[in-house]
Design a protein around this ligand. Sequence first.
Ligand code: CU
Length: 143
Amino acid sequence: MSSQKRADMRSWIRELVLGGCLVIGLAAQTDAQTEQRIDVRIHDFTFIATQTPLVLNVPAVITIRNEDRERHNFESPLFEGILTEVKAGGVMTYGRGIGGVFVEPNANAVIRFTVKRPGRYEFKCSIHPNMKGELLLLNIQGV
Ligand SMILES: [Cu+2]
């Protein structure tokens, strides 16, 4: 085999490997496109969030479960200016300018939204101002 042929072969194999990576990358991207989930428990006047950083431009769902005997609230500047869907107590609200949601004792609330701006966003309970947490939004470009 000539050295030219060997070089061609090597570049062909490299392209094949790169192609394989691209396919894996696209598959991962497709998975991420479905929905990103964040679960927030409210227990003993504390937010407990099981969260990996959120990716921009992919629909996100926050489920909030109030395990206390008191009413709480989940509000964040995260939702400012973006379309937000909130489900709580059998009522669905959809629109811009939804600051957050009240969660009754032993009840759930679900918030759906898609964030366009990266950053750290604080969330808190407006009834109990010492109840706080933070969500991290990462700016990861699509493949
Ligand atoms: Cu509270």
